[in-house]
Design a protein around this ligand. Structure first.
Ligand code: URP
Ligand code: ZN
Ligand code: ZN
Length: 470
């Protein structure tokens, strides 16, 4: 690749905000300077009037992912397009340990599937069976494979859930080897009792998904996970935090200076459980776990973003089509047409994360531009062993750069999206702030509405072990 330059833009990182030009060489930022003199062979892009931001880092996606009887609808290629058009150039995706088998086999399979990605990708390993071999394999994954974070589920008994003993054992290895344990914190067995009772009563509509997953049980599991991590001496990252009770447990732990971190997702910041009241099974589009909550939780989440008790906004992109589409029932919410407990849990979000948070966060004056960059790129890159290669614009960093027009308004509409999923949680929502150009390691992959990425352009990101980020 030749030299490229991005001129006249306003560069915003988590800490800086200034006007300068960027010279990119061999996919990395070579020079940042005012009025950079350019040789004739440099391909130059004018960023006048635009924000120049680090490419987004989304650390929570489920792409081409087996989930019980269902499979998510995106391939790594279609998900990459959705990510890139939304301003995200790095994804960390979840890879399953095959039940009863080595996590290393799961990683091999994941590498085959991720080969057509056109943004950069890393992997977290989901541990489903924490036996002695899996514990030994954790060390191999950390030391040899660049997989330095592990997800364990306290929910979904019989599908993904592990018990507290297994979670604790994995945490001890993580503590010893400097890995980060990510936990889905909901009390699975209690939720199962409530869901089974609802089904037995004939309460089968999507609204019962939310009614059988109380916020109290997210708070309880979050508290329990924190205590287990404390005993193990392990850092802990709570994924997709949705509830005030869960946030309270995180705040308490952070006040004790424990290394506890948490993310939330745009749907918890902008939507409420009223969505489950939609007619004609439409509520199924919003069936994800944890479920949408009421507005009082939302206010607490925004506060957590302000006080840095929540450090990351990720998507939990877990796309199932609403209608069957050509891909089949396996990929569709229609599996649960007659029973909410069979609706595949998960929703799309990769393409809209940055726009929603820019509009609803920066635009609504809930956060500064620097904080927006920190939440969507810098903090996730730091927590997951990618900084400063990813998550900032600095000399030596990968030239993953987004040019964003802060004034342009547009309407979110699934028909213009690049994911294979056939709906958006935010259909018809008007937002201000639009991604105009995206560079991945200096390659222009998005130019307005044009796609210039290609299958396989994305690189695998072997990540460093966990290090206290700040
Ligand atoms: O509903 C969700 N969140 N589906 C994806 C699996 C998970 O729990 O992250
Ligand atoms: Zn989860
Ligand atoms: Zn998830």
């Amino acid at each position: 690749m030749g030299l490229i330059a991005i001129k006249n833009g306003r560069i915003v990182t988590a800490s800086d905000d200034y006007q300068a030009d960027i010279l990119v060489k061999d996919g990395r930022v070579e020079t940042i300077a005012r009025q950079l003199p350019l040789a004739p062979d440099v391909q130059s892009y004018d960023a006048g009037g635009l924000l120049v931001l680090p490419g987004g880092v989304d650390v929570h996606t489920h792409i081409d992912w087996e989930f019980g009887a269902a499979r998510t609808a995106d391939t790594f290629y279609t998900a990459s397009m959705a990510a890139a058009f939304g301003g995200t150039t790095t994804i960390i995706d979840f890879c399953n340990q095959p039940p009863g088998r080595s996590p290393l086999l799961g990683l091999e399979d994941w590498h085959r599937r991720r080969a057509n990605a056109s943004v950069d990708v890393g992997a977290h390993m989901i541990l489903l069976d924490v036996n002695d071999q899996a514990l030994a394999d954790m060390k191999t994954l950390i030391e040899r494979e660049g997989v330095t974070s592990f997800k364990l589920f306290m929910a979904y008994p019989g599908v993904l859930m592990v018990d507290d003993g297994a979670l604790f054992k994995a945490m001890r290895v993580a503590a010893h080897k400097s890995a980060l344990i990510c936990v889905h914190a909901e009390n699975g067995p209690v939720i199962k009792v409530l869901a089974d009772e609802a089904v037995a009563r004939g309460d089968l509509a999507p609204r019962y998904h939310a009614l059988t997953r109380p916020s109290l049980m997210e708070g309880e599991a979050t508290h329990r996970a924190i205590r287990l991590a404390e005993l193990a001496g392990a850092p802990l990252y709570i994924v997709h935090l949705s509830a005030g009770e869960a946030l309270a447990a995180v705040v308490e732990a952070r006040d004790q200076a424990l290394p506890i971190y948490a993310e939330t997702c745009p749907h918890y910041l902008f939507l409420t459980r009223e969505e489950y009241e939609r007619a004609a099974f439409e509520g199924a589009k919003y069936v994800m776990t944890p479920p949408l909550r009421d507005r009082s939780h939302q206010e607490r989440l925004w506060r957590g973003l302000k006080t840095d008790d929540l450090q990351v906004v990720s998507t939990d992109h877990c796309p199932f089509c609403f209608n069957e589409q050509p891909y089949g029932l396996k990929f569709s919410k229609q599996q649960g047409a007659n029973d909410f407990s069979k609706i595949p849990n998960g929703a799309p979000g990769l393409e809209t994360r940055m726009a929603l948070l820019f509009d609803g966060g920066v635009g609504e004056r809930r956060m500064s531009l620097n904080r927006f960059v920190e939440l969507t790129a810098t903090a996730p890159a730091k927590l997951f062993g990618l900084f400063p290669r990813k998550g900032t614009i600095a000399v030596g960093s990968d030239a993953d750069i987004v040019l964003l027009d802060p004034e342009e308004s547009w309407t979110i509409n699934a028909s213009t999206h690049h994911s294979r999923v056939d709906y958006s949680l935010f259909e018809g929502r008007r937002v201000r702030g639009r991604v105009k150009k995206v560079f991945l390691r200096g390659n222009l992959i998005v130019d307005g509405e044009r796609w210039h990425g290609r299958e396989g352009l994305g690189q695998f990101l072997a990540r460093r072990a966990f290090n206290v980020p700040y």
